[in-house]
Design a protein around this ligand. Structure first.
Ligand code: BTN
Length: 240
């Protein structure tokens, strides 16, 4: 397993999707810039001087649920950022965001590659590292390591730290350790909050009750409890 660095790619996720058959399990790529960075829900991901990285999983997929991997990478990035920003409030916002002081510092996008079976899972993430200027609509919602700490970070160094932390966490995950779930629950931005969710074009208010081991969310809608996957609903807003 290795990390390959590129000056520019259209998207690190797309690169791994197209090249997974020639690569090894856990190989990773970093691009210093993406021309078509992909975000969740079909959005684009715009970068400045940030970490844009994807990790390939192509072995052992028979017994793996993508949504568990999603919690696992949240755990890895959470603990890495928490180590760097010891004095800040770092939270995991289900299903895939890492927030610092209520602002997004990392977005995660998992993509599957399937033929008859699931051939590969790509774990892509963008960490706002040295970005300093955000558009007017993002400035209230996004932040970066540099904006918070006033320190410029080395992207290569950070990629290696996250990669090694992930390998460590993934090993434990394969051995059945579910400490990642504890991290996602204990540091959840949403548990206990009222959120607005959209499902099949209908919008509801719901209270977030729990995050489950399978990566689903437990919601209280008008006194009844429902388990939902990130594929079934989208969070449109949250109210304190
Ligand atoms: C989100 O919408 O919050 C998820 C953003 C994921 C962006 C990362 S950047 C590296 C990897 N390659 C992509 O094209 N997207 C992910």
């Amino acid at each position: 397993m290795k990390i390959t660095y590129f000056d520019t790619l259209d998207s690190t996720n797309k690169y791994l999707k197209e090249n997974f058959s020639n690569l090894n399990n856990l190989d990773s790529v970093v691009a210093y810039h993406q021309t078509s960075g992909r975000g969740r829900l079909g959005r684009t991901w715009v970068d400045q001087d940030d970490l844009l990285m994807s990790i390939l999983i192509k072995e052992g997929l028979e017994n793996i649920y993508i949504e568990r991997l999603s919690l696992l990478i949240c755990h890895t990035i959470f603990r890495t950022i928490k180590e760097i920003l010891r004095n800040n409030d770092v939270k995991i916002k289900w299903p895939n965001d890492i927030l610092v002081d209520g602002k997004k510092i990392c977005g995660i996008l998992l993509e599957g590659v399937s033929s008859e079976k699931l051939d590969a899972v790509i774990i892509g993430f963008g960490v706002n590292v040295n970005s300093e200027k955000f558009s007017d609509d993002l400035i209230i919602k996004a932040t970066s390591l540099k904006l918070i700490s006033k320190i410029k970070y080395d992207i290569n160094e950070l990629s290696k730290i996250i990669f090694n932390n992930f390998l460590e966490d993934y090993d434990k995950f394969l051995m059945g350790d579910n400490n990642y779930l504890r991290t996602c629950k204990d540091n959840s931005y949403l548990i206990g909050k009222i959120v607005s969710i959209t499902e099949n074009d209908k919008t509801y208010l719901a209270k977030v009750v729990d995050i489950l081991e399978n990566g689903h969310i437990l919601l209280d809608i008008n006194g009844s409890v429902y388990e939902k996957s990130s594929g079934e609903i989208s969070l449109t807003d949250n109210y304190k």
